[in-house]
Design a protein around this ligand. Sequence first.
Ligand SMILES: CC(C)(COP(=O)(O)OP(=O)(O)OC[C@H]1O[C@@H](n2cnc3c(N)ncnc32)[C@H](O)[C@@H]1OP(=O)(O)O)[C@@H](O)C(=O)NCCC(=O)NCCS
Length: 357
Amino acid sequence: MQSAIHSGRRLLAEAKCLGLPETLRMQVQRIMRPDDANIVGNVHGGTILKMIEEAGCIIGTRHCNSQPGDRCVAALARVERTDFLHPMFIGEVAHVSAEITYTSKHSVEVQVNVLAENILTGAKKVTNKATLWYVPFSLQDVDKIVDVPPMEYSRPEHEDEGKKRYEAQKLERLETKERNGEVMTSVPLPDRHMKEAYTVGFSQSSLIHLVGPSDCTLLGFVHGGVTMKLMDEVAGIVAARHCKTNIVTASVDAINFHRKIKKGCVITVSGRMTFTSNKSMEIEVFVDSDPLVEAEKGKYRAVTAFFTFISLDKDNRPLAIPPLKLEGEEEQKRFEEGKTRYLQNKAKRLADKERHQ
Ligand SMILES: CC(C)(COP(=O)(O)OP(=O)(O)OC[C@H]1O[C@@H](n2cnc3c(N)ncnc32)[C@H](O)[C@@H]1OP(=O)(O)O)[C@@H](O)C(=O)NCCC(=O)NCCS
């Protein structure tokens, strides 16, 4: 806990020292209210993801409009894997600081740090560090991607490091596109009450949502943060149905936003459990968009992602997760794939920890 408080102070100090122009960094603060949290007071992961994306969208759009030319709005294209390092509670103040760290010809990398401040004690802890990529769309022509004004780097090595991150995510995107193809596999929703407890079908859940103006950017397309909040909500319902305890988001794997979702579409957000370890559970979430007015365009899959949740006791200590009961080869296959992701992420977390010691 003490080291988290120190790293919180260090982050604030680092942001002040960077001396970046105002258009390249910003900070927003907001007190966490009961409607941001679950019934025991833990702020939802989805609330935090939405705040992170809002900050990214503001700073990305501001930067992309910093030169004469077409006015544009920055749309979320990708979020790198994000870990939730500490819980945040109702009454704490979230400090969300965003900074532009790299620009390519048509994309902007934004790094966002979130700190939770207890305003009674002054204690601060880092809850998230996220990296997002935005692509600017012209306000005149919503299908046109405009050029991003190049940023000035305070040191040449920052540009080189940014370029490496840009190349790495581009490669990863190509690989996952190849793996997933463009095929849309449906997520059958069984009658869960007929299902045995702890099976995939028992906890599988979905919600449908009509996309309204308040969900959308100036271009009339859904904000990435709104989508992520709905995804976290469904994943949370799946997790709670499986273990019937207080559950919280532990991490979200990298998400690519391949397709825009237009105002007036109906979206179906579905979640199913794919893997359980001793103290964590992985939930796969799908977002399918159904254009109501332009129905001839047909239904399409807009986003998919893997969320990891943990279950907490009343003192916020992780509880054991009831093992997932698998039915059939498909579920077994998804479980094995989930296990591989779990082991890879765990090894990476341990390596990061060692590097920072
Ligand atoms: C992002 C999007 C425009 C990419 O479309 P595309 O046909 O792959 O576009 P391009 O190949 O021309 O790429 C344009 C730029 O976007 C970048 N890009 C594309 N997909 C990306 C992703 N998933 N992550 C990061 N950057 C991405 C490319 O690198 C390129 O920049 P560069 O020229 O500087 O390298 C498209 O997938 C889209 O419209 N997504 C939806 C965005 C949205 O609505 N977000 C909110 C969803 S709820």
